[in-house]
Design a protein around this ligand. Sequence first.
Ligand code: GKR
Ligand code: MG
Length: 428
Amino acid sequence: MKIREMHITPIAAVDPPLLNAAGLHAPYALRIIIELITDGNVSGLSEIPGSEKIRKHLEESREEIIGKDPFNLTSIFRSLERKFAAIDTNQRGEQSWDQRILVHIFSAVEVACLDIIGKETGRGISDLLGGTVREQIPFSAYLFFKHKGAGGELGFDIDPSASGWAAARQAPALDVKGIIAQAKAMCEEFGFQSVKLKGGVFAPEVEVECLKALHNEFGNRIPLRFDPNGVWSVETAIRYGKEMEGILDYYEDPVRSQEAMSIVRKAVDIPVATNMCTTSFSDIPGSIRIGSEDIILSDHHFWGGLRASMHLERICSTFGRKLSMHSNSHLGISLAAMLHLGAVLSELPYAFDTHYPWQKEEVIKGGKFRFEDGFISVPKGPGLGVELDREALAELHNNYNRCGLTHRDDEIEMQKVEPGWKFELTRW
Ligand code: GKR
Ligand code: MG
């Protein structure tokens, strides 16, 4: 069996004006859909975060992929490593999302090849990864401070005919009242049983007040997480961390760097989680030496695939860390891959993150995955268990061509509402 074709389609999915430490989400979130087709006409899919830089490198990786056997992942990876050895060092960036190229390409190729292998063998990806140990995967509500607006063509306007979560998704959430309303609407619609608040947007006392209000509203029944994406100083993180002891289930990247995280971790009695300070296998020795976190939030797009995330789980259990999942704005192909990973991990100590409720569009047939009590069932069909909706793909690709965005830049988007706004590594 050989890979005969590789289709790389950049897409843009409507995204509301969500705030974070890096600024503001653009009206569209960029993704890339990859389709590999074999000489036997079997198609394998994957989805990764989109940027022109990654798209260009994916295009350049064609010769390492076309003509190869999808079962030969190790040798494909080795040749990709050789090809990109010179460019892929230390480019993660200062933002909360990873900008390294090779990990994205590995993830794109691995998931699409596993999708092919699953279709060839009639087995789901979770079977290929060692077998399903759970059929339903728990997710957490992911709250954002946000401006009023639906995103996409509507931008900061709304569709007044929307109701339920579709209306709540457009509403502003710039204070305690807005966050509580968002949390209630999201939990009511999707049944989430834990809640994460994205912070690093307003002064610490405002965000901590929101967390206390969430705790008052939901009580201990709903575990809370909080993530200011590293823009607090060690002093701020310790001071406010102490106020949140007994309220937070975990404290995610309050500060930047393994050293700073380990100081906060020792001073505050809340488990500390990261998707920013320990983000690759080469960070593991430092993490163990310094003791920088209790929980590593993996992401198959950023750790180089599903098998790499399983490998990470093994390392985590060896060194006394828990593993859970980070997310960025995404659609159903990425979600399907996350579900298969969730199905095979030995333990799921925490519900996974997902931005999925913030996106209303889909690129797979049958529309969006459905949550039940905050859980999604692992798809049953062979491979990923999802099928590409080619009309939807064409529409989302048109969005991409029309919107003019080439990469994520939350600082530029933020400057449209607050002229002169600048991203700061440590803001408070
Ligand atoms: O979507 O604005 C966002 C988040 O801030 C995202 O970019 C982060 O990567 O959700 C992520 C996180 O947990 O840090
Ligand atoms: Mg995070």
